[in-house]
Design a protein. Sequence first.
Length: 372
Amino acid sequence: MVDTAAAPAAADPAFLQIRDVVKDFGGFVAVNHVDLDVRQGEIFALLGSSGCGKSTLLRMLAGFEAPTSGRIVLGGQDLADVPPYERPINMMFQSYALFPHLSVWDNVAFGLKREGLPKDAVAQRVDRMLDLVQLARFARRKPHQLSGGQQQRVALARSLAKEPKLLLLDEPLGALDRKLREQTQIELVNIIERVGVTCVMVTHDQEEAMTMANRIAVMSEGRFLQVGAPGAIYETPATRFVADFIGNVNLMDGRLEVDAPDHVVIDCADCRHYVGHGITGTEGMAVTVALRPEKIHLSRHQPAGDAFNRVPGTIQELSYFGSFTVYHLKLASGLMLKVSVANTQRHRDDEFTWGDAVWAHWSRSAQVVLTQ
Ligand SMILES: Nc1ncnc2c1ncn2[C@@H]1O[C@H](COP(=O)(O)OP(=O)(O)OP(=O)(O)O)[C@@H](O)[C@H]1O
Ligand SMILES: [Mg+2]
């Protein structure tokens, strides 16, 4: 994850511009008025659940589908009349389909030879690509003699060999198991950044989007719900849907009781929230408080201080994840509150366990107040 998430300045037109793009499949709107600027060298992720329109948008960039309306501009060129094979774009699919009978070297060379590039130039380019993905020593192997992650890197080398200006990745790591996926995510980002190619990727795995992308668009039903850096989307989700979709969250419904410029108080069934900043709202309105499990602390005794941002509960369930434990607290209203505690010590004699009566508490900057 790179921390350069600002959108391009107005004076500097974005490398990729998507303007009010719609895709209507005979009455079914798969992509619904999408606008996006992607700057040169950025890795941008489209994140959303199955059927939300991610692949359709990517396929329009590649030219495999035409937008029903709207414009796509790449490097100043409107792509409307540019056929897929003339676009400076390469798309790597989920099933990256290496040719099984060809060596790694020939797989990477395939597209270049077909383009009619001179032999020497092909050889140079392929060697450079294999160095880049650190597979030069496997050049003579066949794909089945490589691990899944290595095959993925061959596919990437093949995609990059034609030196596209825009690289499209559709669920690039879908075929890999979890551990290999995490390792390959970082390798892929390193390679993409070294080449400097602009990249739009599709995933339904939020951790993958967070790890790989500079910015993310959260999609639902063909629309962008929120666009931002991974940290911004996680820490300041704009809607209930986004808060719930990204990471684990506790959502508490309540009423805006005090609406001051520098703080608000929200009355929920189990507790009262004091939030240390103002919001746009009116007293009495219904709001939702989003509270991440890792921002809540547990103690055996009632915390000192005022009566806000705390709630008693009983540990109903606990799940041990190695580096942290998630406790499920049952509150008076019946609501279950998830609390995540980092396991920083090996043995603790004061560990919480099933049935313990405890207090959960959090700071006045821990919550996000959602009005939609
Ligand atoms: N050629 C088509 N004709 C009609 N409907 C289509 C067509 N292609 C896609 N759709 C519909 O458009 C919606 C979006 O499809 P899309 O493939 O973009 O989803 P996705 O977000 O990539 O999902 P997944 O994560 O499952 O790959 C789906 O409801 C799908 O059924
Ligand atoms: Mg898809």
